[in-house]
Design a binder for this molecule. Structure first.
Ligand code: CMP
Length: 143
């Protein structure tokens, strides 16, 4: 069973795209185990995006992701990393296929609407970074 962390970034929230994006994720049959609206602190942003530290876009990425409210979503299930990433589309919306979230709603790599974990290991770690265990629905309870 995999977990994926999804963040609807400040541009998605500001543009009123929470509903349309969640509709697409739900329509694929994903199981949501945690959802919260939050403003990410600088400390948390540095931890989450630590792998990009040193890259030219890092400072902008941190200041952008902390600039306004975001919707943080955890999903769980078989193959959820691949399912979510194929629904989200390529990191650069210019290259993202039509029919994907980024391909249909975005044009800018820095304002690409949504983050999704890129591996099962990162999915586990990112969900644990953003959610306490009490904030997550456990499989046994969700029937
Ligand atoms: P995300 O999936 O959240 O992971 C890292 C983010 O860095 C990525 O989405 C982009 O929004 C952002 N980013 C900004 N500039 C670049 C760039 N030149 N190359 C890759 N990612 C970038």
């Amino acid at each position: 069973m995999e977990k994926s962390l999804i963040i609807l970034k400040p541009d998605a929230v500001q543009r009123g795209l929470i509903g349309p994006i969640l509709t697409r994720l739900e329509a694929r049959g994903l199981k949501f185990i945690g959802i919260k609206l939050s403003q990410i602190s600088g400390d948390l942003a540095h931890k989450h995006y630590g792998v990009h530290e040193g890259k030219p876009f890092f400072a902008g990425l941190v200041s952008y992701i902390t600039s306004g409210p975001v919707l943080i979503v955890a999903v769980e299930g078989k193959d959820v990393i691949e399912i979510v990433r194929s629904t989200v589309g390529a990191t650069n919306p210019v290259k993202a296929a039509p029919g994907t979230i980024r391909g249909d709603f975005g044009v800018n790599i820095g304002r690409n609407l949504i983050h999704a974990s890129d591996s099962p290991e990162n999915g586990e770690n990112e969900v644990a970074l953003f959610f306490n265990s009490e904030e997550l629905i456990r499989s046994e309870r969700s029937v």
